[in-house]
Write a protein that binds this ligand. Structure first.
Ligand code: SF4
Length: 328
């Protein structure tokens, strides 16, 4: 069975953007592939943060993932820092990662512009990403099309290590391929291209129906629909129409398209229909989250089991790597 690895930042409770963009897809993939899903807390510390807040956000993210359908019986769900081999392998990869490649990373170039003092972790961040993936000898990484280039460095590092330390014709590290997935990039409720907690334009995955409706009701729509009788164009209503495509059955999406263009209903009617379908999908997730809140031991057990499963593979990889490299 092929292996996949994917990581997610410990940003606290999931919002519907990262649920639809990544996690819903992970839940589908976990029964098809040997899956390792990781809350990447070591990645999170390259930006300023408060320790207690990081601990809380890591825990909330793990709970959200479990509530959203990540099943510890089918995959390994774990927190990155619980598997120290990630950073051990990163150091080794630092010795074979070309500096020029790291300096060319778009994220590094963009972020260094905004920082007065640039820390080495910002530059070496992609090396830790490569270690995350290659530690599990993952063949594939589920990504959207816009993230394909991020995998290139992992492939370069795998190639470099294999060229130096693997016998010819028997590469040890696979060159991980993108597992291209049909993910939805959801525009923020305010129309901003990015749905992000820091922009306060998201809906939390575990928010109550009242909270969801309070956010959906004023969300931006096609500006051409000033009055209920004005026809609109769903393609100009990226947030609500995209959410319909993600949560509503196909027949409803067709109805939305027709009713919007013919002004057969108003935007509030359209949002009410969306609200109904969102609730149908999100209610079981909220119920599961509630169960985890009442029995926190279930989250501990899932993360312990995930870390143990991950460490079993990680130890084997490191034993092989160290042996080939002549390290004690
Ligand atoms: Fe958007 Fe629906 Fe209003 Fe059309 S009717 S503009 S799809 S909210």
């Amino acid at each position: 069975m092929s292996r996949i690895f994917s990581g997610i930042q410990p940003s606290g409770e999931l919002h519907i953007g990262n649920y639809l963009g990544a996690v819903k897809n992970w839940a589908a993939l976990q029964s098809q592939y040997e899956s390792y899903f990781c809350v990447v807390d070591y990645h999170a510390i390259i930006a300023a943060y408060a320790p207690d807040d990081l601990r809380r956000r890591t825990r909330e993210m793990a709970t959200s993932l479990l509530a959203a359908g990540i099943d510890p019986g089918r995959c390994a769900l774990f927190v990155q820092s619980r598997v120290p081999e990630h950073t051990e392998l990163q150091w080794i990869f630092n010795t074979i990662a070309p500096l020029g490649e790291l300096e060319r990373q778009t994220q590094f170039k963009e972020k260094r512009e905004r920082q007065e003092q640039v820390m080495a972790g910002l530059l070496n961040y992609p090396v830790l990403q490569a270690a995350d993936i290659l530690l599990y000898l993952a063949d594939m990484v589920p990504v959207g099309e816009d993230q394909v280039q991020h995998l290139e460095l992992s492939r370069v590092i795998a190639r470099n290590w294999n060229a130096r330390f693997a016998p010819e014709g028997a590469p040890y590290f696979p060159e991980p391929q993108p597992k291209l997935t049909k993910t939805r990039r959801i525009v923020g409720l305010d129309g901003n291209a990015k749905m992000s907690k820091s922009l306060n334009n998201t809906i939390g995955l575990l928010e109550t129906p009242d909270e969801i409706w309070a956010k959906l009701r004023p969300a931006v729509t096609d500006p051409a629909r000033v009055k209920k009788t004005d026809p609109g164009n769903p393609d100009n209503c990226r947030t609500i129409f995209e959410l319909h495509k993600a949560f509503s059955p196909e027949a409803t999406v067709t109805e939305v398209d027709k009713n919007c263009r013919s002004a057969s209903w108003g935007c509030v009617d359209c949002k009410k229909a969306l609200f109904e379908h969102m609730n149908a999908e999100l209610t079981p997730i909220r119920t599961r989250a509630q169960a985890f809140a009442e029995q926190p031991r279930l989250v501990d057990d899932a993360l312990d089991a995930g870390a143990e499963k991950a460490r079993t593979v990680a130890r084997q990889t490191m034993a092989h790597v160290k042996d080939r490299m002549g390290i004690a």
